[in-house]
Write a protein that binds this ligand. Structure first.
Ligand SMILES: [Zn+2]
Length: 162
């Protein structure tokens, strides 16, 4: 009897992998973040990456962050991957879903995550853990009962030739 293969990727590797692949779509020269929203029964509902809203040209809007006038920096214009994934979903409710994201959500995304009914956040990196924005994010998610935990890195490398 032929048995199933055993080196298939886990659900967590699958969804974090999709979030990472999604981040590769970002045009941001300094930070590429991807997100993937999954239902309680492991179906992918939505994906997103950081970028400008529709109609705001990647070639005309600013990607920098060092100008004196914030009008000329990227921050006023970029939508984060988590918010994009939430807004990209057109299928109804995200109540009870799970979000995979390559970087811990900021305070603004935390608000959207909570209000969308997302109950679990799995993150890959938490490199801004010491910032007030991430502390505020955790404070809100703790209060709202959103569970979050770091992706358990397996060290598996997957090469995809396109
Ligand atoms: Zn954010």
């Amino acid at each position: 009897m032929t048995v199933k293969r055993n080196d298939y990727i886990s659900w967590d590797e699958y969804f974090m992998g999709v979030a990472m692949l999604s981040g590769q779509r970002s045009k941001d020269p300094s930070t590429q973040v991807g997100a993937c929203i999954v239902s309680a029964d492991n179906k992918i509902l939505s994906m997103g990456y950081n970028g400008f809203p529709k109609g705001c040209s990647d070639d005309e809007f600013p990607w920098g962050k060092g100008e004196d006038d914030p009008y000329d920096n990227k921050y006023f214009y970029t939508t984060h991957s988590e918010l994009n994934a939430i807004l990209n979903y057109r299928g109804g409710s995200l109540e009870g879903s799970k979000l995979y994201v390559t970087l811990f959500p900021c305070n603004e995304c935390a608000k959207a995550i909570i209000q969308a009914g997302i109950k679990t956040v799995v993150y890959f990196d938490d490199k801004y853990a010491d910032t007030s924005a991430v502390k505020a994010s955790k404070r809100m998610m703790d209060a709202a009962g959103v569970r979050y935990y770091q992706h358990n890195r397996t060290g598996r490398t997957i090469t995809i030739e396109l």
